[in-house]
Every structure is written in structure tokens, then in C-alpha cells.
Ligand binder design. Structure first.
Ligand code: GLN
Length: 471
């Protein structure tokens, strides 16, 4: 008889050891997660689908572990996958009605890598439709609730993945991050989330939102768990020409020079978030690290810059959902009416808003005023980082300006919603990696956290400092 598994205390290492030493099997572990999902998912709505073959997957992995075919750190580890990452033969919807019945015809590269590592896929997680949003309220299938307070959002767009990990409905999860969609929900739910360097992880088989920003990354309970998943999914892929192996040698300093962009932190940040950030700084100082005030002069424009470039790319990427090739189709009297009917019925409000904004900023006459200028600004923001990283090893800010907000609170005010992305979008604009780490709670018990940002391919710097913070 296998022991009763305490999911709350489990991390990747102890789960892996449990399986390897025979304290429990991959099947036992998967069974424990399925039981937890059955009781908790109706409350949280973290999963859109729990796969029916989870135990079959586990049996197969158990056999392979027994025969010695599988031995890595992810063998038998149950994982949740955001619903915009393709798993061959399974439904993938990007939480949109547009793709309600769409079946993936191939595996994303990250999925292929995870399969070879022997993970158990528990199911696909809820998200904002096509990853557009910061609360999972834009899902066509209802919002995910925050495990720390069911009246509040889990964040987004990878809210289902963050909620699943925080609520012990999965040990680790994959999300995607275009402007903060891994880090912000991680912060709201009190888990760790990594947005890797642009190009570190293949985007092949991931439903595109804004291709020059999108990255796949892991969410987990600890920095070590996130690091372990990242080392399996990263690497150059011939199917994604923007992917590459790191050629950077990172030296981990004994004590870090940590940049704090004071000017950027002034407006609109919740007092408890700021207090927690200051406490974290004091802790880092007493651990011997050096805090350096830095200047990032163009960061005030980052949010505007992101919402121009991102919507432009969204409008181009989502043109493919035309009723002909993928998913939903509504027939009209001619082809143009087919498009109107299909896209009118298939897309939700926020997706339509962004397609329209993006079409506008790319249209003749406005291209120069918006798209071109935003693109130039993107270069300036990148230079701000490069300049800063001449002085410091990493940069820290809060991950989000507020803790998780109430469901419905920001729903009618898109600008207020977009402001939640203020600290996360700069890393996507510049392609640098960033890690969200929980650093405490506010008075009502909601998780707060900080974000650490490193130079391109400096993930190991993030893991190293991140570990100290969670200790
Ligand atoms: N919240 C941001 C947005 O709405 C980020 C989305 C994302 O990273 N996918 O665009």
C-alpha cells in the first residue's frame, strides 16, 4: 500500500524521489492529484478539461521507470498545460469559442520535450481568450478563482495554470507570457513563474498572440521546480527560427548588485505592495547584496508601447481565424459575410477590441504615428536595460502594482486592467528574462511578490537570487 501523499508539502524533488524510491508510484501520485482536482476544480475553474487517460499515462511511465527507460527529474511528474499549447490529438481552444472543438494535429515542441521526460499531462488550464487579459475573466468558459480568496481573480492570462499550482491541482504547469501572463498570475496566486529570454524556448505549436513577445514558461511552487522544468523545455528548435541555445556564460556573483528603478515605482502602486517591496530590499541588503538606484528613462512609455505593438501583431495573427482553416465557421451569402459572421460569433469582446486597435495602428496614415514610433521606443527601452545591466546584475520591482483584485472589479475599465501590466511588459519588449517570486502576504492574506529581471539568457541569475528570497 502506498503512503497517503500530502500534496501541499510536495515539491518536484520530493515527488521525484518518492517515485524513484518506490514510496509511491506515478499512478499513486496522479490519483492523488485527480482526487484533489475533483473536489477543488468545481470551485476554482482552473482546468477547462481534465484528461481521461491520466492514469493510463501514469501506468506507462511507471513501466518505463521500472525498466530503466526513464529516470530524469520529471519522470512521473503531473503537469498542467495552458490551453494555448498544442498536444497532439487533444482539444485546444485558447479559451475561445472560435476553437471550441478544435483538435491539435501535432505536438508543440515543449510538449514533445516534456513527453520524452516522462511527465503526466493532467489537463488543459483556463486562460484569457487567446491570452489577452490579466484576470482570466476574458475566457469564454468563465473566470478562474484565486485559491487564496474565491471572490478574487487568479490573474491572467495563465490564471488556470497559476491557480492549479497554488491550489495543489498540479505540481507544476506551463503558461505563456506575452506581457506578463506567467508572472502576474504567479504573483496573485503566490507561486513562482518564469518568463524566459525571448528565444530560449520554442514557440512552435503555441497559438500565437503577439509573436515578437510570446514565450512559454513554467509555474511552480518553488524556484527549483521552475528551474527544473525550464531546463527541459528550453533550447534551439528547427521549427522556430527565433529560438536559440544560450551562448552566454553567466557568472553567479557571491553578492549581487541589484538595481531599483525608483522613478518608475512612484505612481499607482498599492501601499502594501510597496511596503512588502521595501522589506524585501532590506532583507537583500542584510544578506550582503548591494542596492543601486538606477534610471530607466523610457520605461514610463513601456505600457503604451506594448499596447500598440502587441495589438498590431494580434490583428495580424488572428486573421487566420476566418472560418476556412480553423475552428468555427458560420456561413453567409458570400465569403466576406462568412468572415464577418464567423469572427463576430467566435471572438469575445476583448479580442475584438484588440484586433480593431491593431488594425488601426497599422493602417495607412497611422502606421507612422503609432506603429513606427512604438517600434523605435521599443529599441530605447531595450537600450535602457542594456545601460542598466552595465551597472547592476539584476533589476527588481514588484511584479504587479496591486494584489489580486475582485472578480468584476476591473472588468468594465480596460485601461485600469492594462495598468496591472506596468511592471511586466518591459521585459517582453526587450526580450529579457524575468522571474516572479512570492515574498509575503498583505493584511488580508493575499500573496504579494517581486519580479527579478536579468540580461538576455541570465536565467541562472534569476534562479540564484530567487532561491535566496524564498528561503
Ligand atoms: N495582461 C497582458 C495583456 O493583456 C499580458 C497578456 C499576456 O502576457 N499574454 O496583454
Amino acid at each position: 500500500m502506498a503512503e497517503i501523499i500530502n500534496l501541499t508539502e510536495l515539491d518536484l524533488k520530493s515527488a521525484g524521489e518518492g517515485i524513484k524510491t518506490g514510496r509511491f508510484s506515478a499512478r499513486d501520485l496522479a490519483t492523488a492529484y485527480l482526487a484533489k482536482i475533483e473536489t477543488s476544480n468545481p470551485k476554482l475553474n482552473a482546468y477547462l478539461e481534465v484528461f481521461s487517460d491520466v492514469l493510463d499515462q501514469a501506468d506507462l511511465v511507471d513501466q518505463k521507470i521500472k525498466s530503466g527507460e526513464l529516470s530524469g527529474p520529471l519522470a512521473g511528474i503531473p503537469i498542467a498545460i495552458k490551453d494555448n499549447i498544442l498536444i497532439k490529438g487533444r482539444t485546444v481552444t485558447a479559451a475561445s469559442k472560435m476553437l471550441a472543438n478544435y483538435q491539435a494535429t501535432y505536438d508543440a515542441t515543449v510538449i514533445e520535450k516534456l513527453k520524452s521526460a516522462g511527465v503526466i499531462f493532467l489537463g488543459r488550464t483556463n486562460m484569457d481568450e487567446f491570452a489577452m487579459g490579466g484576470s482570466t475573466e476574458n475566457s469564454a468558459y468563465g473566470p478562474t478563482k484565486n485559491p487564496h480568496d474565491l471572490d478574487r481573480v487568479a490573474g491572467g492570462s495563465s490564471g488556470g495554470s497559476a491557480g492549479a499550482v497554488a491550489g495543489d491541482l498540479a505540481l507544476v504547469a506551463l503558461g505563456t507570457d506575452t506581457g506578463g501572463s506567467i508572472r502576474q498570475p504567479a504573483s496573485y496566486c503566490g507561486v513562482v513563474g518564469l518568463k524566459p529570454t525571448y528565444g530560449a524556448v520554442s514557440r512552435y505549436g503555441v497559438i500565437a498572440m503577439a509573436s515578437s513577445f510570446d514565450q512559454v514558461g513554467p509555474l511552480g511552487k518553488t524556484v527549483a521546480d521552475v528551474k527544473a522544468v525550464f531546463s527541459v523545455i528550453k533550447g534551439q528548435d528547427k521549427f522556430d527560427s527565433t529560438s536559440q541555445n544560450s551562448s552566454v556564460t553567466i557568472k553567479i556573483p557571491k553578492t549581487f548588485k541589484i538595481g531599483v528603478p525608483e522613478d518608475f515605482l512612484k505612481e499607482g502602486v498599492d501601499q502594501e505592495v510597496m511596503a512588502n517591496f521595501r522589506t524585501t530590499i532590506e532583507k537583500l541588503k542584510s544578506a550582503g547584496h548591494q542596492i543601486v538606484k538606477i534610471n530607466l528613462p523610457n520605461f514610463h512609455y513601456a505600457l503604451a508601447c506594448y499596447y500598440i505593438l502587441m495589438t498590431a501583431e494580434v490583428s495580424a495573427n488572428l486573421a487566420r481565424f476566418d472560418g476556412v482553416r480553423y475552428g468555427l465557421r458560420q456561413d453567409g451569402k458570400d465569403m466576406v459575410e462568412d468572415y464577418f459572421l464567423t469572427r463576430g460569433a467566435g471572438f469575445g469582446k476583448e479580442v475584438k477590441r484588440r484586433i480593431m486597435l491593431g488594425t488601426y495602428v497599422l493602417s495607412s496614415g497611422y502606421y507612422d504615428a503609432y506603429y513606427r514610433r512604438a517600434n523605435n521606443l521599443r529599441q530605447l527601452i531595450k537600450s535602457d536595460y542594456l545601460e542598466a545591466f552595465k551597472q547592476v546584475d539584476v533589476i527588481i520591482t514588484p511584479t504587479a502594482p496591486t494584489p489580486a483584485f475582485k472578480i468584476g472589479e476591473n472588468a468594465t475599465d480596460p485601461l485600469k486592467m492594462y495598468l496591472e501590466d506596468i511592471f511586466t511588459v518591459p521585459a517582453n519588449l526587450a526580450g529579457v528574462p524575468a522571474l516572479a517570486v512570492p515574498t509575503g502576504k498583505n493584511q488580508t492574506g493575499l500573496p504579494l511578490g517581486i519580479q527579478i529581471t536579468a540580461p538576455h539568457f541570465g536565467e541562472d541569475l534569476l534562479f540564484s537570487l530567487g532561491r535566496e528570497l524564498e528561503a
